[in-house]
Each structure stands twice: as C-alpha cells, then as structure tokens.
Design a protein around this ligand. Structure first.
Ligand code: SF4
Length: 365
C-alpha cells in the first residue's frame, strides 16, 4: 500500500478502504465513538497505537470479533520516546504522562494515514471535561490545532456541545444524531453502549504506564542517562527490578522465573547477560550507556549484585560463579554474594518528581 510509514507493525494490514480512522485505545469511549459512526453507515478503521508504555496489540482479534471493529496496530514507540526525551512541549501530567502531546502525536499520525485508507476524517472518543489535563475545552482546541486536524477531526461523543466540524456542516456526518456527553460521569456512556448493543464493557483503567509512579521511577533514569534513549530500553525497564550504579550502569533483573524468560527475549547482542551458575536465582541484563564502559570491577559488582538476590548462593558462604555473556561470548566471574556492589534501586517517586521539575526548569519551562 503506497504512502504508509514504515512503523506500522500489523502483520495483516488491511487493503480495504474506509470513510474514517478512529483513535482506538480499546477503552469504552473509543469503542463507542467507533460503533456510533459505524451505526450511521460509515466504514471506520480503528487505529491502535502501541509503545512500551501503552497498547494491547494482542487484543486486536478480540476487538474485531467482539465489537465488529477492524483494527490496525501502529507502533509509535520510538517517536514517543523521542518526544519524552526532548521534554514534551505541553509538559507532563501528574506523573510522566505527556497526555496533550500524546494526543497530538496520534492525531498527526492518523492524519498522515488518511490517504492510505482513502479515509476522509478522523474520530476520537474524547469527552469534553472528562480528564483534567487533556479534555478541557481549551486543551481540546490546542490538541486539534497543534495536530493540524481542524478540518478532519470529529469528536462524536461530545459533538453536540462542540463547534460543528466541516464533516457535520457538509452533511457527511449527521450532527443531529450525535450525543452531547460532558464531564466525568459515565452514565451517558453506559446508556449509549446499551443503545449501540455494546454489552462487553472494558474496565475503566486505560493501562498507560506513564501515569503510574512505579513505572515512572523505572523510566526516569533511562531518560536522563542515555543521549538518545531507544524504545526497546523501556521494554527492559518494564521487567523485574531496576538497579543502577552511579547513574551510568543499569541492570534489569528478574524477580521471578517469568521475568527471567521475558528478559532473555529482550536481550540484544550488545547487552551483558548475567546468569548464576550452580544456583537458582535471577537473571540480569546490563544495558550499556554510551560512554560508560563496563570494566572488570563493574562486571564483578554486577555479578555480586545478582548473586546477592539468590538465597541459596548467599547461604553458600563462599564464592559463586556467574556467567556473563556479551556478543555471544561467555565468561565466568567468581564473586562473593555478600561483596559490596554499589547497585541500588531507583530514586523514590518524590525524588524522581523533584528531578523532573528541575529538568523542566533547566529548559526554561
Ligand atoms: S494516558 Fe498515556 S496513552 Fe493516554 S493520553 Fe496520556 S500519555 Fe497518552
């Protein structure tokens, strides 16, 4: 299909054409906005954006069969990380969530995709006044203007209380059939769901990790340490415990067997992989920061750190062996599990928030 950016990751990309593209998170509002337009006879494709921070691409088949909504999965991971690393122009919300810029990014991408699907407009499930940061009236206008979608964006759930869009003015969409949902209450959505025959209501939680303090603590040191953080670093950060030494040496370590398996799937040749020999225990992945080498003392410290999390290795009261693999080469390091190693947990949330504010200030925000 011509004109599609290379970051679309859906394996079975549709070649159908559509009237509208919908920002489809899989939450109730995005389902209702899409179903509503479908019920008026419009062919709508759901665009489900994914990154290490949000997205459930594994639910594509479920959404298609349960709601009859065709869904395309779009990976915006690196674009999103670049946005975070440069400090989002509209700032962060209560945690590390750049909701306004996130919406702008998704809408811009949706607009780029319109010609590829022969679609004429974009819909989103935003509801006026529902969220404090991104769904106030002034913010909705900022999002629409900054994403440059003034002429093609329809917010059907609140259409009755928003200015008519060109799609409504031209008669392409029947404004008289669009609701006027406003505010944080959910009754209007539940009523609409009944009307549209939507019986499976997804849970409220949107599942965006950027709004969780624990996740923000994991992501923050990566944003500060790497000159250009890559999206896959944040996949590592989503697993197990995160340990840093002097802000330049990072270990992602499994807490349980499942984490070890996940970590091993994320390993790249340039990573250091630490595995205890002869004892059960966690695995760890060291992801090098450019300009910060891993000399012998750091490797030994990381190996000791790993061993310290194995009760059986600790009880052995002697040196234990740790296999360290990088670029396919394995070597063995002998360490005492009780040796000082200097790796520690990430900063607390208040410390992280204070550093975030300081960073914003240093950039004149
Ligand atoms: S909660 Fe996350 S996914 Fe939702 S708008 Fe904010 S940053 Fe984007």
């Amino acid at each position: 299909m011509p004109g599609l950016p290379a970051t679309i990751i859906s394996m079975n990309m549709t070649t159908e054409s559509f009237d509208a593209l919908s920002l489809f998170s899989g939450g109730l509002d995005s389902i209702l906005a899409t179903k509503l337009l479908q019920s008026h006879g419009h062919r709508v494709l759901g665009l489900h954006f994914v990154s290490p921070f949000f997205g459930k691409p594994e639910k594509k088949d479920f959404w298609e069969s349960e709601y009859g909504i065709p869904v395309e999965v779009i990976d915006v991971g690196q674009e999103f990380v670049d946005l975070m690393a440069a400090l989002p122009p509209h700032g962060f919300g209560k945690v590390l969530n750049p909701c306004v810029d996130c919406k702008i990014l998704m809408l811009r991408r949706a607009k780029e995709l319109l010609p590829a699907y022969g679609a004429k407009f974009i819909i989103s499930g935003e509801v006026l006044g529902q969220r404090p940061m991104s769904q106030r009236a002034d913010t909705l206008n900022i999002i629409r203007n900054d994403a440059d979608v003034r002429d093609v964006l329809l917010r059907p759930l609140s259409a009755g209380v928003l200015q008519p869009t060109p799609m409504e003015e031209s008669g392409l969409v029947d404004r008289s059939k669009l609701p006027s949902l406003v505010g944080r209450g959910r009754k209007g959505q539940y009523d609409l769901a009944r009307t549209l025959g939507v019986t499976t209501i997804p849970t409220q939680a949107g599942g965006c990790r950027l709004g969780e303090r624990e996740s923000a603590r994991r992501y923050w040191p990566i944003l500060r340490a790497f000159p250009r953080p890559l999206a896959h670093y944040f996949d590592l950060a989503n697993v197990g415990r995160q340990l840093w030494r002097d802000g330049g040496h990072w270990l992602a370590m499994g807490r349980e067997h499942k984490d070890n398996e996940k970590l091993l799937k994320l390993v790249r040749p340039e990573h250091y992989v630490f595995v205890l020999k002869n004892f059960p225990g966690p695995h760890a992945v060291g992801c090098p920061v450019p300009g910060r080498d891993w000399p012998e003392d750091i490797l030994a410290a990381a190996a000791a750190c790993l061993a310290s999390f194995s009760p059986k290795a600790r009880r052995s009261e002697g040196e234990v062996e740790v296999a360290v693999t990088r670029f396919g080469q394995e070597r063995i390091i002998a360490v005492r599990p009780d040796a000082p190693h200097g790796f520690s947990d990430n900063a607390t949330w208040p410390e992280t928030r204070a550093q975030q504010k300081e960073w914003e200030k240093s950039l004149g925000r």
